[in-house]
Ligand binder design. Structure first.
Ligand SMILES: Cc1ncc(C[n+]2csc(CCOP(=O)(O)OP(=O)(O)O)c2C)c(N)n1
Length: 319
């Protein structure tokens, strides 16, 4: 336990495995995700981190926020590095240490996707965690394949012709599940118990598993860092983001807001959407409704995803 002296008082603080003192923005959603991920997964992990904000702000030599073994890799190849680490652990007879990729959406959806796809197809024993802040934060807020329709970024500008991003987000969970992955989950930093449950399940898989976490970027999306949790929570409550699992091809919706909020309420909190006209807002609302209906349909059918492979039993860690 850390002992902190605060205004003459002493208090104990929990020692997080992702330490305070990193240089993420106050209210940084991804930094919060890392605290929750590391504390849930525990010390017996090796993190392979792709280039991005969470690498830059956590590990500037000679300092580090990581209290677990950590390798920084290139933007495009963290899964390949993780596969190598997993193979080395296997060769050593180590069947308890979990290799965990931590990467942003730019790395996951776009530039590292080929490497991720290969890792999934080979069935390597790696837990892949994507903190999804819906943009390339580190290089100055460019759009990624996870950027939602209508959002302004430095590469989806707003002017007389263009009004922000003109295409939808890639359905990354479905794309990953289509590789025959045993466990895929979508979570949010604002729902800790749900996130913990998913990380534990993903860790227990003997093979590839995937968890994508909604982790809003206050700087890139344009809101005060004091409301990061509110933004993520309202995204779930307005069906712009879903808490669900795809386990052995079976879909399960973990949280279904009884009275969903209009998307307008969460869009209005973010400067990246301030230019939206009513047609664009209506488009986003319609798409949220359609996405929900599609997800509910998949949950009720429970149809295996195409190409699904039979589940492997989880390996028991050595005592
Ligand atoms: C092959 C390659 N292309 C581009 C870059 C430049 N680059 C470094 S980090 C980054 C954005 C990272 O975005 P994301 O994965 O979403 O993480 P975030 O910064 O949002 O945390 C880019 C474009 C690079 N390092 N390597």
């Amino acid at each position: 336990m850390d002992k902190l002296e605060v205004a003459g008082q002493s208090r104990q603080s929990q020692q997080h495995l992702y330490a305070p003192g990193h240089s993420g923005c106050p209210g940084c959603g991804p930094s919060n995700a890392l605290i929750q991920v590391c504390d849930t997964l525990g010390k017996d992990i090796i993190v392979v981190n792709a280039t991005g904000c969470m690498e830059i702000t956590s590990s500037q030599y000679p300092q580090t926020a990581w209290r677990v073994p950590y390798i920084h890799s290139l933007f495009q190849n963290a899964p390949a590095v993780a596969s190598g680490v997993a193979a080395a652990l296997k060769a050593q007879g180590n069947n308890h240490t979990k290799v965990v990729v931590i990467a942003g959406d730019g790395s996951t959806y776009d530039i590292g996707f080929g490497s991720l796809s290969g890792m999934l197809e080979r069935g390597d024993n790696v837990l892949y965690v994507c903190y999804d802040n819906q943009l390339y934060a580190n290089t100055g807020v460019q759009k990624s394949g996870a950027t939602p329709y209508g959002a302004a970024t430095t590469t989806t500008v707003v002017g007389s012709v263009h009004k922000g991003k003109e295409t939808e987000r890639k359905p990354i969970s479905e794309i990953v599940a289509a590789h025959g992955v045993q466990y895929v989950a979508s979570a949010s930093i604002a729902y800790y118990a749900d996130l913990q449950m998913k990380l534990k399940k993903a860790k227990a898989v003997n093979g590839p598993s995937f968890v994508v976490i909604d982790a809003p970027c206050c700087l890139g999306a344009g809101f005060d860092g004091g409301i990061t949790m509110k933004v993520s929570k309202m995204s779930v409550q307005s069906r712009l983001w879903f808490l669900y699992e795809i386990e052995n091809g079976q879909y399960k919706l973990n949280f279904n807001p009884a009275n969903p909020k209009p998307v307008k309420e969460v869009l209005e909190l973010q400067k990246r959407f301030k230019h939206l006209d009513s047609a664009q807002t209506e488009h986003i609302q319609r798409q949220a409704n359609l996405n929900y209906e599609e997800l509910v349909r998949k949950c009720s059918i429970g149809a295996p995803v195409q190409g699904q492979q039979p589940a492997k039993p989880a390996e028991q860690p050595k005592a």
